[in-house]
Design a protein around this ligand. Structure first.
Ligand code: ZN
Length: 192
């Protein structure tokens, strides 16, 4: 096979025993003008429409990455707001149960079960929220106040997956008959 001279200039290596696959380089031995996808991304670049020209091999061949020419790389694409919205909608569809309409924080087995586990066979996905309050922070040993404040702290951390220790701000959370304001069945009255 013969190649015109002007096309060979950019080739990275000449191996007379090359079996037609990419030239391979070991880690840290790749020529300067080549980079992996990850290295390009670190330079805020993406491969663009070029084909990879070589291969990087490390851990005795256990790990491989394709190498691209840096001079042909394009600026990294930043997703538009519309694209991010579309991604979010796609994720919502994978996390929302079509039976009970609940949106979970994990992807549901919709293709196999068609719904969340609870709708499928009654398995309940249990999650625990923890809030705590101490007299020195709340400023009283009154049990009712401590419980109220601990509950406020628990709601503050409900979706964080972490326990929350109450601070002063949690003592000021409005309550109706001991229930957190804004919950179903509570009302602050006409003045709200
Ligand atoms: Zn469901």
């Amino acid at each position: 096979m013969s190649t015109p001279a002007d096309e060979t200039e950019d080739l990275v290596d000449v191996d007379p025993y090359d079996d037609g696959r990419f030239p391979q380089f070991r880690f840290r031995q790749a020529p300067k003008g080549l980079a992996t996808r990850r290295q390009l991304r670190a330079m805020e670049l993406s491969p663009g429409c070029q084909e990879p020209v070589a291969q990087l091999v490390w851990r005795r061949g256990a790990r491989m990455a394709l190498l691209y020419r840096v001079d042909l790389a394009k600026p990294k694409r930043i997703p538009t707001l519309a694209q991010e919205r579309a991604l979010d909608r796609a994720m919502a569809a994978r996390q929302t149960c079509p039976a009970c309409r609940h949106r979970y924080q994990h992807v549901l087995p919709l293709r196999t079960l068609g719904s969340c586990l609870e709708c499928y066979d009654g398995t309940v996905d249990v999650a625990v929220s923890i809030g705590a309050a101490t007299p020195d922070i709340v400023g009283t040993t009154d049990l009712y106040s401590l419980q109220r404040t601990a509950e406020a702290a628990m709601y503050a951390g409900k979706h964080t997956g972490r326990p929350v220790l109450a601070d002063r701000a949690h003592t000021a959370m409005p309550s109706i008959n001991g229930r957190r304001a804004g919950r179903p069945g509570t009302s602050l009255g006409v003045a709200q």
